[in-house]
Design a binder for this molecule. Structure first.
Ligand SMILES: [Fe+2]
Ligand SMILES: [Fe+2]
Length: 176
């Protein structure tokens, strides 16, 4: 259902195939993934040409898989990962409140997530602390620490993929 939109934006096609084939993951996050407010994350660009939705799905799924591997709370990792950047504005163009986006957006994401979903304490910690160490308070749980690292890995990976894509396009154009 949601993949009709996701396919267009998710650059990591191998990951996309894994996600679409993972029935357990899809069942766990169905409520969040198909919520109209969460779908709004398609509207906002995040890292390079990746949308906030694509990035959040990426963080959610990678965190879910690692959590399963290490017998952590994979449901909280999947849900918290999807909602960690649920801030619903284009941070390249401005922000709704005063302050640095890096400090501000976990609070806004948590406020939005609390408004639309019933969150566990662990999911709250995941969303609130995902920017650590940029934000001062460290994560309280292994899952929150994991998502904080996966978030940074995904951001770099998404930016790198967009950069290499642009370089390839330029090289191709220079030979045509
Ligand atoms: Fe974030
Ligand atoms: Fe993020």
């Amino acid at each position: 259902m949601y993949f009709n939109r996701t396919v267009k934006t998710l650059k990591i096609s191998k990951l996309h195939t894994k996600i679409s084939n993972d029935q357990i993951y899809n069942e766990l996050v169905y409520e969040i993934l198909n919520h109209p407010k969460v779908q709004e994350m398609h509207e906002y660009l995040h890292h390079a040409d990746n949308t906030v939705f694509t990035h959040s799905l990426h963080v959610s799924y990678v965190s879910y898989r690692i959590s399963k591997m290490f017998h952590l709370d994979y449901l909280a990792s999947a849900r918290g990962g999807l909602l960690h950047d649920f801030f619903l504005y284009d941070w390249h163009e401005g922000k709704p409140e005063k302050g640095f986006h890096a400090h501000l957006h976990p609070k806004i994401a948590l406020r939005n997530a609390n408004e639309y979903f019933l969150l566990s304490d662990l999911e709250i910690d995941i969303i609130a602390k995902h920017m650590w160490p940029v934000t001062i308070k460290p994560p309280k749980h292994a899952e929150s620490m994991l998502i904080s690292f996966v978030d940074k890995y995904c951001a770099v990976s998404e930016a790198y993929q967009s950069y290499t894509k642009r370089v390839k396009q330029k090289v191709k154009a220079s030979f045509s």
